[in-house]
Design a protein. Structure first.
Length: 188
């Protein structure tokens, strides 16, 4: 399945050429940057700062923990599995780490879904909650799909990244909701 999907996204007569027009290749290269460490850490810093300004210290700490620990977990999983990147097609962006799980997909899921969940639960309207969560899911999906399109990940790397990222982000939100709210707990 991995090989079939990767080849499906390439011109059969030139595996260095992804399917679609040049503008779409550029679009996918831009989408992949939304899962880069620099973008995700900047977004996390800005979101945590916003939460701190609004005296949501508990949420800011949960977000920071989700991202920092999740990033370390992803690195640990990469080291544990040590899976090579696809060599079936040309890579359209540079990479320097093992392939499984996709850090871009995992960290995008952690950051976008965690922030999305925090913003959504602050909304009174069901429509707003659905919109915020749908936007977070869409960005997360686009980041992962871009990694396969650009040839730097097997589809199963991305699926695993999404799974581990959503699982970790969900765990942090779930656990944070169950922390005691006493005077020794972080204040929200």
């Amino acid at each position: 399945m991995d090989q079939w999907l990767l080849l499906l996204l390439r011109n059969p007569s030139d595996l260095a050429d992804p399917v679609g027009p040049v503008w779409f290749e550029r679009f996918m290269a831009n989408m992949t940057t939304l899962g880069s460490a620099s973008v995700l850490y900047l977004l996390t810093l800005l979101a945590a700062g916003y939460l701190i300004v609004h005296r949501k210290m508990r949420d800011a700490a949960l977000l920071a923990a989700a991202v920092l620990v999740g990033d370390a977990l992803g690195d640990g999983l990469k080291d544990l599995f040590g899976r090579e990147r696809p060599d079936l097609v040309s890579h359209l962006v540079r990479t320097n780490s093992p392939s499984f799980p996709s850090s871009h997909a995992m960290n995008a899921a952690i950051v976008y879904l965690t922030i999305g969940a925090m913003v959504a639960r602050a909304q009174r309207s069901a429509g707003r909650r659905i919109y915020v969560l749908a936007a977070a899911v869409l960005i997360t999906l686009l980041v992962g799909i871009s990694r396969v399109y650009l040839g730097v990940h097997w589809p199963t790397d991305v699926i695993a990244g999404w799974f581990f990222g959503a699982l970790w982000g969900g765990f942090v939100i779930f656990a944070g909701d169950r922390l005691p709210h006493g005077r020794h707990a972080l204040r929200t």
